[in-house]
Structures are given as structure tokens and as C-alpha cells.
Design a protein around this ligand. Structure first.
Ligand SMILES: Cc1cc2nc3c(=O)[nH]c(=O)nc-3n(C[C@H](O)[C@H](O)[C@H](O)COP(=O)(O)O)c2cc1C
Length: 394
């Protein structure tokens, strides 16, 4: 092993809110669907442990569901759908015991671990055998998106997803916030080191942030600053539930799953005005989720979204997207990417101050020892398409 390497700067520990992260590398959240009945198995624990053994300092788990009728609930678990029952929960005694084991395994390997808590919002779909009309969809305004996006939906989906009369009520909004707080308290109780909130990609927190899906005129809506209220209240509730010592990371994105060209913020000033209140509510780290770190965000600027966030907000920022892999702009995350060695380019951006922490997704899914190879200069492994499949936890 060389005594110095091109990624050494990322391997130094860093202290945030009194918590020492072993290094600046994070495993990016990746849904695995390998937790039957919402309970992470020993195989899931071993999967995360292997990444910590491979040198990842902090693991952000796959999305884990909070308890609400608009997302995974006991009903779905009992419904017997293979795909949905593989998604893990941050409630039920059995799921929490499963997580306790995951946390212990990662800690034993010297890593930290945060669960990524999420609520599907308008991306809820029926379980196998269920009708669209039988599921509860949590939607800020009962609007799925732009007229084009609505037109692209099948008839029954369009009907279920576009019901302004079913906009979330005040009580439903408060119940979801409470569900996040309860899930965060559960995570603390089983030993997690922090909480990662999924505020991007077109799920519920993100649905509130955007004008396409949030047309509310009450205190949960308004302009881009008014639309941050749901995220702000949710972060406050999570902070209250976990106390002052644990970290909170907040993932956001310009794009959504159903509109890769969407823009959460049209200008840097808007981005600052969106993130500032969320930061003040108790966030310690912002995960600026890009599909590729080379993607620029505002016309005329070469900076990517993490570079802009770092410039605008005085909090540590995570860069994510495209480390060790490459795909075409509109290609799905589930299409096997090309393996590339772009480590030098990533490090140039680190030195240029575009990010503080680096999240790595598919490269680590494909190879738990990816970081060691980046360090030693050993060639990277070819991409194994099987690793993208639901249920893979090698
Ligand atoms: C199979 C798969 C599952 C994913 N699941 C999640 C998820 O649960 N939550 C999330 O925020 N992002 C999810 N992502 C996105 C990744 O966290 C990451 O942002 C994306 O893959 C880009 O990083 P990469 O190029 O290093 O893979 C997923 C990506 C893949 C490939």
C-alpha cells in the first residue's frame, strides 16, 4: 500500500457538531429491497459492514420509511408484495432490532451510519394486486406536476395523482412531521450516529419545495421561501427528537425522478433562500444530489450544485454523482454505467473547494473495496449489472 495516495485529503477525519467522521467519504443511499417485512436481515448488516471495512467513513443507508398512511405501512407489509415488503422501515420492533444489528456491525468495522428517512409523497404506487384508487397518496396540492407530466400518466394513475380535493390536510401534514420525528427517535434508540433526510428527487419533502407540486396558499405554500416551511418544521421536529448531539444531513436536488431537467432553484439567490431556513432549523450537512458531478446548474457558471451550495451556505456540503462511473444524461440509474477512473477530476474539485464530503454510490455497490483501489491505483473492477438488481446485498 503506498504511503501517500491521490485520495489522502479525503481520508482525513473531520469534526462536525462535535461528531468526528472517520473520513470524508460517505456511502450514498441506495435502495436494496432486501429487508423482508421491512426488517433488515443479517445479510443487509454484512453488506453495510463490508463497505465500512472497505474504508467508507460514514454510511447513509438506503431510504427507510417513516410510518404514515401515505407511505409504507403495515397494510403494505401484510399485502405480500415482494418489492415493497423488501423496503426497510424505521418502525416495528422487528425492524428496529434488525437495524440495531446493522449499526453494531458498521460500528465494529469503525464506520458511522445514518439512516436515510423518507416518505414517497406523490411517488407512491400501488402494491401488486392493489388498485390506484385503494392507496393513499400524500400530496401537498393533489397535483402531480406540469400538464405534460400529467399527460404522460396512465388514466388510473392520472386520476389518483391529480385530485386537488385530496391535498394534504393540516392534520395529515402534522402527522407526517411527527412520523419523521418518531423515526428519528427510533434511529437514535438503536444507535445510529445521525439522520439523513431525503429532501430531493421528487419525494414528499421535495414535493413541498416545488411550485409544480405545491400550489398551497396556506402557511405550507407560497413562494420558494414559503414552500420551505414543511422542510423547516420537519427538521425542527427531528432535531427536537434526537437532541443536540447527533448530526442531521439534508439531501436535495435540482432534478426529480420524473423531470431530470427540473430546477428547484432558478438562480443562486433562490437556492440560498431555500437552504438557509432549512439550515437554521437544525441541518448540519447538505447533500447536493446531482446525477453527475460534471452537471452545471446555472447558465454561465461552470460550478455544479455542490460548488454553488458551498459558496452560498456555511455548512459542510456533500458532492455526489458520477464518481468512478459514467452514464448518459437521461439514462436510468438502473442501467449499468461505464466504469471510469475520474478520481483525479474529483480531487481537483475538492482542492478547488467545491465540496467537503464525497458520497459514492454505484462504485461502492459494485465493489466494497473501491476506495482501496482508488487509493492504491489498482484497476477498478468491471461493472457487475447484477448489483443494481432489487435484493442485491453482497
Ligand atoms: C440502485 C440505486 C438505488 C438508489 N436508491 C436511492 C435511495 O434510496 N435514496 C437516494 O437518495 N438515492 C438513491 N439512489 C441515488 C444514489 O444515492 C446516488 O445519488 C446516485 O446513484 C448517483 O451517485 P453515483 O453516481 O455515485 O452512483 C440510488 C441509486 C441507485 C443506483
Amino acid at each position: 500500500m503506498p504511503s501517500s495516495s491521490r485520495i489522502d485529503a479525503l481520508l482525513k477525519p473531520v469534526k462536525i457538531r462535535g461528531v468526528e467522521l472517520p473520513n470524508r467519504v460517505i456511502m450514498s443511499p441506495m435502495t436494496r429491497g432486501a429487508s423482508p417485512n421491512g426488517v433488515p436481515t443479517p445479510a443487509v448488516a454484512a453488506y453495510y459492514r463490508r463497505r465500512a471495512e472497505g474504508g467508507v467513513g460514514t454510511i447513509f443507508t438506503e431510504s427507510v420509511f417513516v410510518e404514515d398512511k401515505g407511505t409504507m405501512g403495515k397494510f403494505d407489509l401484510e399485502g405480500g408484495d415482494d418489492r415493497q415488503t423488501g423496503w426497510p422501515l424505521m418502525f416495528t420492533d422487528a425492524a428496529l432490532e434488525g437495524w440495531r444489528h446493522v449499526v453494531d456491525e458498521v460500528h465494529a468495522a469503525g464506520g458511522l451510519i445514518f439512516p436515510q428517512l423518507m416518505h414517497l409523497g406523490i411517488q407512491r404506487t400501488p402494491a401488486r394486486g392493489q388498485a390506484w384508487s385503494d392507496i393513499h397518496i400524500s400530496s401537498p396540492s393533489g397535483i402531480f406536476g406540469t400538464p405534460d407530466q400529467i399527460a404522460a400518466l396512465k388514466e388510473d394513475a392520472a386520476k389518483a395523482l391529480n385530485c386537488p380535493e385530496k391535498s394534504m390536510t393540516e392534520a395529515e401534514i402534522l402527522a407526517v412531521i411527527d412520523a419523521f420525528a418518531c423515526a428519528a427517535a427510533n434511529a437514535k434508540a438503536v444507535g445510529f450516529d445521525g439522520i439523513a433526510l431525503h429532501g430531493g428527487h421528487g419525494y414528499l419533502i421535495d414535493n413541498f419545495l416545488r411550485e409544480e407540486t405545491n400550489r398551497r396558499t396556506d402557511r405550507w405554500g407560497g413562494d420558494h421561501v414559503g414552500r420551505t416551511r414543511f422542510a423547516v418544521e420537519l427538521v425542527r421536529a427531528v432535531r427536537k427528537a434526537i437532541g443536540d448531539e447527533m448530526l442531521i444531513s439534508f439531501r436535495f436536488s435540482q432534478w426529480t425522478h420524473h423531470d431530470l431537467d427540473a430546477q428547484l432553484s432558478k438562480t443562486p439567490e433562490q437556492l440560498k433562500q431555500i437552504l438557509e431556513p432549512i439550515a437554521e432549523a437544525g441541518v448540519d450537512i447538505f447533500e447536493a444530489s446531482a446525477r453527475d458531478f460534471r452537471d452545471t446548474v446555472y447558465e454561465g457558471s461552470p460550478l455544479n450544485i455542490s460548488g454553488w451550495t458551498r459558496k452560498l451556505i456555511n455548512k459542510p456540503v456533500v458532492m455526489v454523482g458520477g464518481t468512478g462511473v459514467r452514464r448518459d444524461r437521461y439514462e436510468s440509474a438502473l442501467t449499468p454505467p461505464q466504469v471510469v477512473d475520474n478520481v483525479d477530476e474529483v480531487m481537483e474539485r475538492y482542492v478547488a473547494g467545491e465540496f467537503d464530503l464525497l458520497a459514492i454510490g454505484r462504485a461502492l455497490l459494485n465493489d466494497p473495496d473501491w476506495l482501496q483501489r482508488a487509493r492504491t491505483g489498482e484497476p477498478f473492477l468491471p461493472f457487475n449489472p447484477a448489483c443494481l438488481k432489487i435484493g442485491y446485498v453482497e
